[in-house]
Design a protein around this ligand. Structure first.
Ligand code: NI
Length: 388
């Protein structure tokens, strides 16, 4: 099976949906227009059930196969939200809302899953139930978690979850996947360093918060380089340094550091949290200052199930002829991880070709990837629940 022929026929229609979503980007949970259109289309396709408002603005569609002898239920997930970025693509269907942009291709994911839903509702050539899941707030709002907390897995009796993301740099319509960790746990931390502010000409009467913060910035890197097994993966980045002074001659009372800590294994995640906290508070103490560390755990590791990875890659190979199973995990985060923590499943990349990277103002989802992506979504249903 190369690309399903039906998707060559549906390509203009799916592309039109994609470009409409692109033109009308919405952020986080505020995806009312997008979700409304998704629900309307799912009803038009003849889905057996369409439910809105799961995880605030998520949409769930049910498509029953011709038969259901085994009671198997497979969930397919796409994300719907855009990013707060000023678009610089110059496209005729560029964002109509300045400062909002589909810069991660979620417009493409939503359109591809809609295409698969249309095909599955037409053909129903499977034995079981397909659930199509459209989630809000992937970009930092944990919409996937919100849908899980709303009972997604239990309410629809989902046995397995499959998700897909486009990836620039992979040839268009080709696939890449790996068993185990695909995407990182993405945590954030804020370190508040408090000293004693004062005149910069009299440092001996102050406790210098900027010098303390500078030492903390350097020293937290030792958590990665000295505390964590060099054969394991971790990254710590301090990205924000804020003081309560704007003067060149004032030692600030408070300095705030903000950053991110990423890992691919639970024990490494624990080590990062413990290490950053230990280093920051003790460096501050050594300098006579104090540091308070607020470490917030974000999206967990996106962990592909071994067997599900084989199933997902088999379907991808049938479509694309080959599949890259040797890819490196990525240190970005992905909230499909919450669904994979509930049920086995897999997350795959579909190639977006030689385009700007995701989250870049010149990025655009590649419509040429649609037939492969929609075929994979639909193919997962037919492969996991073959017609009786
Ligand atoms: Ni994304």
């Amino acid at each position: 099976m190369p690309v399903k022929n039906r998707f060559a026929e549906l390509l203009p229609e799916i592309t039109a949906w994609r470009r409409d979503f692109h033109e009308n980007p919405e952020l986080l949970y505020d995806v009312h227009r997008t979700a409304g259109k998704v629900a309307e289309l799912l009803r038009e396709f003849g889905c057996d059930e369409v439910t809105e408002g799961i995880g605030q603005t998520g949409v769930v569609g049910v498509i029953k196969g011709k038969t259901d002898t085994k009671g198997r239920v497979v969930g397919l997930r796409a994300d719907m939200d855009a990013l707060p970025i000023i678009e610089q693509t110059g496209l005729e269907y560029a964002s109509k809302t300045p400062g909002k942009m589909h810069a991660c291709g979620h417009d493409g994911h939503t359109a591809m899953l809609l295409g698969a839903a249309k095909y599955l509702a037409e053909t129903r050539n499977f034995d079981g139930t397909a659930i199509v899941i459209f989630q809000p707030a992937e970009e930092g709002g944990a919409g996937g978690e919100a849908m899980i907390k709303d009972g997604l897995a239990e309410r629809w009796g989902i046995n397995e979850f499959y998700g897909m993301h486009n990836m620039p740099g992979i040839p268009t319509g080709q696939f890449a996947i790996k068993p185990g960790a695909m995407m990182a746990a993405a945590d954030q931390f804020e370190i508040t360093v408090t000293g004693k502010g004062g005149h910069a000409a009299k440092p001996h009467e102050c406790i210098d918060t900027t010098l303390t913060a500078a030492q903390i910035i350097v020293a937290v890197q030792s958590v990665v380089s000295r505390n964590i097994d060099p054969l394991k993966n971790a990254v710590v980045s301090v990205c924000v340094v804020q003081t309560d002074s704007t003067a060149h001659n004032v030692i600030p009372q408070v300095v705030t550091l903000k950053g991110t800590a990423r890992s691919l294994a639970p024990e490494v995640r624990d080590q990062l949290q413990e290490g950053i906290t230990r280093v920051a508070t003790n460096i501050a103490a050594a300098m006579g200052a104090s540091a308070e560390v607020d470490y917030q755990r974000g999206y967990p590791v996106t962990m592909n199930d071994d067997e599900a990875t084989v199933w997902a890659s088999d379907v991808a190979r049938e479509i694309a002829g080959e599949v890259n199973l040797d890819m490196q995990p990525m240190m970005g985060g992905e909230d499909f991880s919450y669904m994979l923590n509930e049920r086995p499943g897999a997350y795959i990349f579909v190639g977006n070709g030689d385009t700007a990277m995701v989250h870049h103002p010149a990025y655009n989802f590649n419509d040429d990837a649609i037939p492969a992506g929609s075929s994979w979504y639909a193919g997962m249903i037919e492969a996991r629940m073959p017609a009786a």
